[in-house]
Design a protein around this ligand. Structure first.
Ligand code: SF4
Length: 179
């Protein structure tokens, strides 16, 4: 199955990926605290982030129903350190990459029942999120954020043996497939 998933990841345009066991995951309260500090402005503003995703314990329980986590990345070129336009575009491109991966996985649905995809930092599908007044408008497009599950991305990179940083003038985003 792993080989088939890798083929799909490659077709989707995923830059790099590595497999870990969910038993290796460290669900960190301090990472959830960073969410609460709200430097990304998504805390309490999106169905994709805490507190909407549940408590740390609930997130942990949700992920531990799966045995495997494929950690994957998208890598994007930036025009220098202050390329805010490039930063915004690459963030959108990464979300599109996750959707493409999801589409590719359609063929493997019978072998990957109930798989779960996580992405990074909030949602951004709608101009304004419906949270908390109404249900998510596009639950099939929305994915929870890795950080909201108390996962430290650089630790995931180390465990999965994928690069956290791909060099100057690039930005690397992380997602995960649970199966
Ligand atoms: S799809 Fe829209 S409503 Fe749902 S979490 Fe994303 S921004 Fe909010």
């Amino acid at each position: 199955m792993y080989e088939k998933i890798l083929t799909k990841a490659s077709s989707a345009g995923i830059f790099e990926c590595g497999l870990i066991k969910t038993s290796q995951l460290n669900f960190r309260d301090d990472i959830r605290k960073i969410c609460e500090e709200n430097s990304c402005h998504s805390y309490g503003k999106s169905w994709a982030c805490p507190p909407a995703v549940g408590t740390l314990e609930e997130c942990k329980e949700r992920l531990l129903r799966y045995e495997n986590m494929l950690v994957f990345t998208g890598k994007y070129d930036m025009d220098g350190q202050f390329d805010f336009e490039g930063w915004g575009k690459s963030m959108k491109d990464f979300k599109k990459l996750v959707w493409k991966f999801d589409e590719e996985l359609e063929d493997l649905k019978d072998s990957l029942p109930g798989y779960l995809l996580l992405w990074n930092e909030g949602c951004g599908v709608c101009k304004e999120c419906s949270y908390p007044d109404a249900p998510c408008r596009f639950p099939e497009k929305m994915h929870h954020s890795l950080e909201g599950y108390g996962l430290w991305v650089s630790e995931l990179a180390r465990l999965a043996e994928v690069k956290y940083n791909n060099g100057p003038n690039t930005i690397t985003y992380f997602g995960a497939l649970l199966y």
